[in-house]
Design a protein around this ligand. Structure first.
Ligand SMILES: Nc1ncnc2c1ncn2[C@@H]1O[C@H](COP(=O)(O)OP(=O)(O)OP(=O)(O)O)[C@@H](O)[C@H]1O
Ligand SMILES: CC(C)(CO)[C@@H](O)C(=O)[O-]
Ligand code: BAL
Length: 282
């Protein structure tokens, strides 16, 4: 499997593929790969002849230095996992200097308010960092399609907006959330949980599923109250936010409308680890 650390070398390899009319899929990641990432890679393989998986822990999207320091880095293991996938996978694992060319700093973006709520509100500067690196990664590879998980649903909506406002001709594909057997959304940060808490963390998805049931008959504010109450009864899981929003605008739902789609989002702290999850409500 080819592993590139340099943009120039990667670009030159890809340009020879592109002249032969091969289609390129891209899966941007921060590494510590798990089956959630592999589901994106498999989807990309099913739709393209070659797939570039980028592995880069982007410093500018972390507002919490401790979180960045503790972020798992397992490049050799990641490469082994990707070797087991059937399809042509190319790894791009640059350094921060290679990506940012010296100035490790985010640009400032506006995404019609999508960037202000939930993750944007609780992780200052996070989406400026994400948008900055995603634009650099997409422009380095210029794939036909790029694949992102719905676990980071707000990020997915922002990246769709990013390619629209920056006029980057790449199709952005959203992929469903892959879960552990107890329902916990797979995440690289799950590795930092103790075994017993990881087992109990199925509670987060169970609560979201019940919230979906409650949503059939209750108003958004009643469902939010109900979810808060569930978390109060399970104090090892500290709820940072619960929000019910329209899926397109990510604005809080005030009154249900028949033709609109809604989703519930949570961020939860447990054992000092921050987890996010979401569910379609209708
Ligand atoms: N459980 C999952 N199901 C589907 N997609 C996922 C899942 N976990 C991660 N992804 C997607 O994989 C891509 C890379 O994510 P990333 O490398 O940040 O992994 P992660 O597991 O989300 O890590 P963390 O949330 O701990 O930062 C993103 O598009 C993300 O949405
Ligand atoms: C999209 C991304 C790779 C940008 O660093 C990251 O936010 C992620 O892994 O979701
Ligand atoms: N998967 C989202 C990346 C982050 O938490 O920074």
């Amino acid at each position: 499997m080819l592993v590139f650390h340099s943009k120039t070398e990667l670009r030159s390899h890809l340009s020879s593929l592109k002249t032969k009319n091969h289609s390129i899929g891209m899966v941007p990641t921060m590494g510590a790969l798990h089956q959630g990432h592999i589901s994106l890679v498999n989807k990309a393989i099913s739709e393209n002849s070659h797939v570039v998986v980028s592995i880069f822990v982007n410093p500018t999207q972390f507002d919490n230095k401790e979180d960045l320091k503790k972020y798992p880095k397992t490049l050799d293991k990641d490469i082994q996992l990707l070797k087991a996938v059937s399809g042509i996978v190319i790894v791009f694992a640059p350094t921060a200097d290679e990506m940012y060319e010296g100035k490790i700093k985010s640009k400032s973006f506006k995404f019609d308010g999508l960037e202000k709520v939930m993750e944007g509100e609780f992780r200052t500067g996070h989406f400026n960092g994400v948008a900055t690196i995603v634009e650099l990664l997409l422009r380095a590879v210029m794939p036909n399609k790029a694949y992102f998980g719905e676990k980071d649903f707000q990020q997915l909506q922002i990246i769709k907006k990013l390619v629209e406002i920056r006029k980057i001709p790449i199709e952005i594909i959203g992929c469903p959330i892959v879960r552990e057997s107890n329902g916990l959304a797979m995440s690289s940060r799950n590795e930092r949980l103790s075994k017993p808490v990881r087992k109990k963390a199925g509670f987060i998805y169970e609560t979201l599923k019940s919230a979906k049931n409650e949503f059939g008959t209750k108003s958004a504010s009643k469902v939010i109250e109900w979810v808060r109450n569930q978390f109060e009864q399970h104090p090892i899981f500290e709820l940072e936010y619960i929000q019910i929003t329209d899926v397109d605008t990510l604005t809080p739902l005030l009154r249900k409308q028949k033709d609109r789609k809604y989703r519930a989002f949570v961020a939860v702290y447990t054992e000092g680890v921050r987890l996010i999850d979401n569910i379609a409500l209708n």
